[in-house]
Ligand binder design. Structure first.
Ligand SMILES: *Cc1c(COP(=O)(O)O)cnc(C)c1O
Length: 497
């Protein structure tokens, strides 16, 4: 590669990236199939022996690869999974992350301000979520909510076995789960939850707890809510240690597992009594704590008391709208963090500073880490509390607009089915709308037909054994006035086709 070419390519690339970041949002959620096929065909089969000219590499990237990329983050009408886009502030900051390529593993105050920025971003994030930063001394950025759930269950695992072992202070981190359970006289670990995200089972598998340890304790007619008598019975099983996992906004329906302060207090009392750990999976639902409008009182209430948990999972690449990959993890137990994540016998990895900022590599999964705090930091500064609240209110307005449209339609039905009034249903809608077509024939092809429009994009799922369709509104550009008419048009076209 010639070095001269690098700065020419950099100059023209910078200009084209700036154009992408400031140009109007795309009208299509995805490239047409033939463009995808062209992009795929352009990929070389093998590593070149002699490298290409840099100019040639980037001609290929710009002209062949980029046209084949999804617009899911750039379009406000991509409603698949729960994804979020990236605010301009976050995207711009991400360019600095790449340009300076910091390794944010060790807190080295005489060398870089990166760990201070990360610490400040995490504190501001706590403030955004109405959590007192000092009460969450173990906080860190992760690669996403899955990684945060691994952190949550691993801290929980450490804590509940230690609790069961009493004065012997047994540590899973030190002697391993089998020996620790023997010494603590525990023969079963259970994760008690309702409507969990699939990543909770994955985390249980990774940590040696097993997917089978994930136990649903939902009410028969409202499976997202805790059956408290059943929960109490399971918690009190002799020889058993428990983690309670609270799904704070479930990914299919957006419903919350807890109904307010009183219930969280009850969970807290039970946990303290039986030595359980409360982990909240609030990947996107934790953002509900930003809301203040009386119209959002149901969501506000469901988010009350989440601060009583021991640990919280959040995703920044979802509703915070920063680039992948970025999640966060908060825990109230700093000493547990050290027992699980401390790199042993590596004094050089500890910072010598007198301040209170921990080295990230001693409180989380990774040792070397990307400076993923910077986009969060820049976006929080740019939007502030009010800006993020406005953004969430716009997303909720789109979701409720969709729900209303579906509720009033002859052809679709809103899920979960309920006999409540329209107002009651809309009040529970956060950013997710689950529905299906009343006709089985249409329902079978509904997701495919909607997504073929390339105007909007939804996810398929199943509900009560039948296929269903789901909108998740998570992009920072959500705008009811612009987006709802297009959604309505697509749905109308499908029904009348
Ligand atoms: C998205 C999601 C996850 C997994 O998050 P990733 O960022 O994909 O790792 C976990 N829990 C819930 C509730 C989610 O919505």
């Amino acid at each position: 590669m010639r070095m001269k070419a690098a700065d020419e390519v950099a100059a023209s690339l910078s200009a084209s990236i700036a154009t992408i970041l400031t140009s109007p949002r795309p009208t299509k959620t995805h490239p047409p199939l033939e463009r995808l096929e062209n992009a795929r065909r352009s990929l070389p089969q093998h590593l070149p022996d002699l490298g290409l000219e840099m100019e040639e590499t980037f001609r290929h990237v710009r002209e062949d690869v980029v046209p084949g990329l999804s617009q899911s983050s750039r379009s406000s009408r991509y409603y698949g999974f729960v994804t979020g886009g990236s605010t301009p502030a976050a995207s711009l900051a991400d360019n600095f992350v790449t340009a300076f390529d910091q390794n944010v593993g060790v807190h080295l105050p005489n060398e870089s301000v990166a760990t201070d920025v990360e610490d400040r971003a995490l504190s501001m994030l706590c403030e955004l979520l109405n959590l007192e930063p000092l009460q969450w001394p173990h906080k860190t950025f992760t690669t996403g909510a899955t990684a945060s759930n691994v952190l949550g269950l691993s801290c929980g695992r450490e804590y509940i076995i230690k609790f069961a072992s009493g004065d012997r202070n047994v540590s899973v981190g030190e002697i391993g789960i089998y020996e620790a359970m023997l010494q603590a006289s525990i023969n079963r670990i259970q994760i008690l939850t309702t409507a969990p995200h699939s990543s909770l089972s994955k985390a249980a598998s990774i940590l040696g707890l097993g997917r089978a340890s994930v136990t649903s304790v939902g009410l028969p007619d409202a499976p997202h809510l805790f059956d408290l008598p059943l929960l109490k019975k399971l918690l009190s099983t002799p020889g058993t240690a428990s983690i309670i996992a609270v799904s704070a906004s479930e990914v299919n329906t957006g419903l919350y597992a807890t109904t307010g302060m009183r219930q969280m207090q009850e969970l807290r009392e039970l946990s303290d009594m039986y030595g359980a750990w409360i982990h909240v999976d609030g990947a996107f639902g934790i953002m509900g704590r930003l809301l203040t409008d009386p119209e959002d009182r149901n969501i506000i209430q469901c988010c009350e008391g989440l601060e009583l948990a021991d640990s919280i999972t959040g995703d920044a690449h979802k509703l915070l709208n920063v680039p992948y990959d970025c999640g966060f993890f908060l825990s109230r137990h700093r000493e547990i963090a050290a027992q699980v994540f401390q790199n042993p016998n590596a004094a050089y990895l500890n910072s010598a500073s007198g301040d209170d900022i921990p080295s990230p590599l001693n409180i989380g999964l990774e040792n070397s880490r990307r400076f993923r705090a910077l986009p969060v930091y820049a976006s929080l500064l740019t939007y502030g509390r009010q800006g993020y609240r406005d953004m969430l209110e716009r997303q909720i307005a789109v979701a409720r607009g969709i729900a209303e449209m579906i509720h009033e339609s002859q052809d679709f039905e809103l899920l979960p089915r309920s006999k409540r009034t329209k107002e009651d249903i809309l009040d529970d809608i956060f950013i997710i709308v689950l529905f299906r077509a009343k006709s089985d024939d249409l329902n079978a092809v509904l997701v495919e037909k909607i997504n073929a429009s390339r105007q909007i994009y939804v996810s398929g799922t199943s509900w009560e054994g039948k296929s269903a369709c789901r909108f998740a509104v998570s992009n920072w550009q959500a705008d009811a006035k612009k987006d709802l008419p297009i959604i309505k048009q697509v749905l109308t076209d499908i029904v009348t086709a």
